[in-house]
Design a protein around this ligand. Sequence first.
Ligand code: HEC
Length: 153
Amino acid sequence: MIVRPLRLAAILGTFVALTVATGVAQQNPADEARLKNLDAGPKTIQVSQYPADQQKAYKLFQAKCSSCHVIARGINSDMVVPAEWERYIKRMMYKPNSGISSNEAQTLFRFLVYDASARKADLLRKALAALPAADRSAAIGRVKEINPGFVAP
Ligand code: HEC
């Protein structure tokens, strides 16, 4: 079958418009599957044992981190190291209409690091142990500043 150039251009144009509109333009299938998996996990965090300020921050997390995707995505992420969360929250904050102020970003950062140190402590210890020595001690310092009870690897 011969596809005339104009028609081909129209088909390609539609495809590009669709991928851009649905926001999947830069996502490969592996990423998509990974995100789907995170989104399908638990939707709540048991925070009754968390300090009062972190229980309050959980409410902010529920409000701010569920406007573009389901809250489960943040809850089930395997990001645990402070620098990872710092970079990620900045990235979310700078997305158009994120509705996250820099003050709120700071509170959300502290919550996500506290939560990683409490709920995902083994994963966090494993990630810390894999860092180069200098980065590891800095990262442990940042975690302990937020959760002094954290037992470092
Ligand atoms: C303005 C919209 C928006 C807001 C607000 C937002 N996100 Fe996202 N988030 C996205 C988009 C879009 C993606 C997928 C593409 C990407 O990673 O940029 C994503 C992906 C993620 C991922 C998956 C990262 C990965 O690839 O493993 C996590 C975890 C996440 N967000 C957590 C959060 C948390 C925590 C908050 C609150 C601090 C938040 N998001 C707020 C839009 C948003």
